[in-house]
Design a protein around this ligand. Structure first.
Ligand code: NIG
Ligand code: FE
Length: 393
């Protein structure tokens, strides 16, 4: 295996908890005038460039800043078609509702495997160019046993972080009998889907699934070895966040409408609050209050929620900028949440950090500091991306 020394990094975000503590540089564990040694697909060394060991080859970062690859812990990439008209109508004043999901379900069922595969590949490339080196993705636009299992098989060709979301909405085929749909999702569909997934998710919301249904679905998934995560409290107050904490879900996603008790539940559990600012941007909804969660001691992740209905962006830099501008996060907090926070939401310690032994996922920015991700919104600052030790751009 050959080693590469990436040197002359102006400022390096390591997210190394040990370094953060010893240097007092905050959770980012910043190193100025830094270098990184990559050995195969792993980070072998990080520190000051002046102290760097030699390596087989040298790459000069020419003073640019470096951060860990973004970890996008929430996306819905297995879909066909788009919802341009719905977006257009919304920007003319119509409200967002879960009902639009049915449009994408019809298009996805009608699509060939090849078309779905090509779509996933396209959005992944798009995300990679913007610095995303790990992503989670979900089913949820099939809603039949065949179509959900197909979506998960396609997703699993691209990532280990695959989530079964048969409980996205009640399938239109079961509009008159939601209980029978819950039976399907927790029975035959779960049996067909569990072998292809790591996680189980449910959209716990008015118009989708209530607290009791969500509990039944996640509990059935747990019994089949899937770990829970929840679409919770997106459009209104509801039981999703409390349920996430109760079931030790890895993540409660959206968290837009929270009571004090919800915030306490997140602060006092291992469940990460995953905020998805692209959704509030694209639905013109009120922003989640990241400051309130952080001040209470909750762990916060940022993700894109990339999907054709409520958040058609694959850009983590865009989410970082929104979170800083509109959700009360500092640039340091937002960058941490988009990298280490995403890793925490996936219960991973091998990604979202640039530390010895971690996966060699590294992004060089056309900027002297990670702060520019929020300071220069909309500017394509991602300059080079290493994923698993391979330079991809
Ligand atoms: O996370 N909230 C539920 N699911 C998606 C929206 C899906 C859609 O509108 O197609 C979300 O926002
Ligand atoms: Fe979502």
């Amino acid at each position: 295996m050959s080693t590469t020394l990436v040197t002359n990094i102006g400022s390096l975000v390591t997210n190394d908890p040990a370094r953060a503590e010893s240097t007092g540089t905050g959770p980012l564990g910043l190193v100025q005038d830094a270098a990184v040694v990559i050995d195969g697909d792993r980070i072998a060394w990080t520190g000051r460039a002046a102290d760097a060991p030699s390596a087989d080859s040298v790459y000069d970062a020419r003073g640019r800043a470096a951060i860990p690859g973004f970890v996008d812990s929430h996306s819905h990439l297995v879909f066909a078609g788009d919802r341009t008209q719905e977006f257009n109508a919304r920007m003319s004043g119509r409200a967002y509702s879960a009902g639009g999901i049915r449009t994408t379900v019809a298009a996805t069922r009608a699509a060939t495997d090849e078309a779905l595969e090509a779509n996933v590949t396209r959005y992944l490339r798009e995300a990679l160019r913007q610095g995303t080196t790990t992503f989670e993705t979900k089913s949820g636009y099939g809603l039949t046993t065949h179509d959900e299992a197909r979506a998960l098989r396609i997703a699993a060709r691209h990532t280990d972080e695959v989530t079964y979301l048969g409980a996205h909405i009640v399938s239109p085929d079961y509009a008159d009998d939601p209980a029978a749909y819950v039976e399907l999702v927790t029975g035959e569909m779960l049996d067909a889907c569990a072998p292809h997934a790591r996680w189980i998710d449910v959209f716990c919301e008015k118009g989708a699934f209530d607290g009791d249904q969500a509990r039944a679905i996640l509990t059935a998934g747990k019994a089949k070895g899937l770990h829970p995560r929840i679409h919770a409290n997106q459009l209104s107050h509801g039981p999703g966040v409390q349920l996430a904490a109760e079931l030790d879900a890895a993540s409660a996603d959206h968290c837009t409408h929270l009571t004090d008790a919800d915030v306490d539940a997140l602060a006092n559990s291992r469940t990460v609050a995953t905020l998805l600012p692209g959704a509030e941007f694209s639905t013109r909804a009120a922003w989640p209050d990241a400051r309130r969660l952080l001040d209470a001691g909750a762990t916060v992740a940022l993700s894109t929620d990339c999907n054709p209905g409520s958040s058609f962006t694959s850009s983590m830099p865009f989410c970082v900028a929104l979170a800083v501008r509109d959700m009360g996060m500092t640039p340091d907090e937002a960058v941490w949440s988009a990298t280490a926070g995403g890793a925490a939401a996936l219960r991973r310690t091998d990604i979202g950090r640039v530390t010895p032994g971690a996966r060699a996922d590294l992004v060089l920015l056309d900027a002297p500091s990670h702060v520019h991700l929020a300071y220069r919104p909309g500017v394509p600052l991602v300059s080079e991306v290493w994923r698993r030790g391979v330079r991809t751009t």
